[in-house]
Design a protein around this ligand. Structure first.
Ligand code: GAR
Length: 184
C-alpha cells in the first residue's frame, strides 16, 4: 500500500474523494497546503490526518518548498496527489518526486491547460468538457494523461454549472485512476 501525500490550496473536495477511495492501493498519510486558511485543511485535521501548512508569501518559495518536501517525507509520503493545488511546483521539486506526482485538471487535456478551463471550453463552442488525471512534469499540465472523463456541454451552461458537473466526475475519476496507476 503506497503512502500518499495530498497537496491542496482550497476547498479540498477532490482530497475528500481521494481519502474516501483509499484502500489496498494507497493510504493518505498527510495533507499539505500553501494556504494555511484552506478549508480542506480543517477537514483533514478533523479526520485525523496529519497536516502541513505554510504560506510561500511568508518565507519565500525556496524555503517553502524545502519545508514542504521535508514535511511530506517526515510523514512517510511516497507519492503525491495534487488536488486543487493552485501553485506551480519548481522544476527542482518536481525532479525530487519525478514520476511520483499526479494532478487532476478540469479539462480534456491537451486542451485548456492553465486557468478558466470551463469558460474557455464554452467560448470555443465545444460539445464536451471534462477532466484529466495526469503525471506532473516541469511543463504546466503537460505530463502523460492517465485517465479522463467527459461531460457534455449543455445549452445554457455557464462556467459555474459546467464546473459543478465536471467536479462530480473528478470525484469519481481521481481515486479510480490513481489506484489503477499505482497497481500498474
Ligand atoms: C478542481 O476542479 C480541480 O480540478 C481544479 O480546482 C478544483 C479544486 O477543487 N484544479 C485546477 O484547476 C488545477 N490547476 P477542490 O479543492 O474542491 O478539489
Amino acid at each position: 500500500t503506497v503512502k500518499l501525500g495530498i497537496l491542496i490550496s482550497g476547498r479540498g473536495s477532490n482530497m475528500q474523494s481521494l481519502v474516501a477511495g483509499a484502500g489496498s492501493a494507497y493510504e493518505v498519510v498527510v495533507v499539505a497546503s500553501d494556504r494555511p486558511s484552506a478549508p480542506g485543511l480543517s477537514w483533514a485535521l478533523e479526520h485525523g490526518i496529519a497536516t502541513f501548512a505554510l504560506s510561500p508569501k511568508d518565507v519565500g518559495k525556496a524555503t517553502y518548498e524545502a519545508a514542504l518536501d521535508a514535511a511530506l517525507r517526515a510523514a512517510g509520503a511516497e507519492y503525491l496527489a495534487l488536488a486543487g493545488y493552485m501553485r506551480l511546483l519548481s522544476d527542482e521539486f518536481v525532479a525530487r518526486w519525478r514520476e511520483r506526482i499526479v494532478n487532476i485538471h478540469p479539462s480534456l487535456l491537451p486542451k485548456y491547460k492553465g486557468l478558466d478551463t470551463h469558460a474557455r471550453a464554452i467560448a470555443a463552442g465545444d460539445e464536451a468538457a471534462g477532466c484529466s488525471v495526469h503525471l506532473v512534469t516541469e511543463e504546466l499540465d503537460g505530463g502523460e494523461v492517465l485517465g479522463q472523463a467527459e461531460v457534455p456541454i449543455l445549452a445554457g451552461d455557464t462556467a459555474e454549472s459546467l464546473a459543478a458537473r465536471v467536479l462530480a466526475e473528478e470525484h469519481r475519476l481521481y481515486p479510480r485512476v490513481l489506484a489503477e496507476w499505482l497497481n500498474r
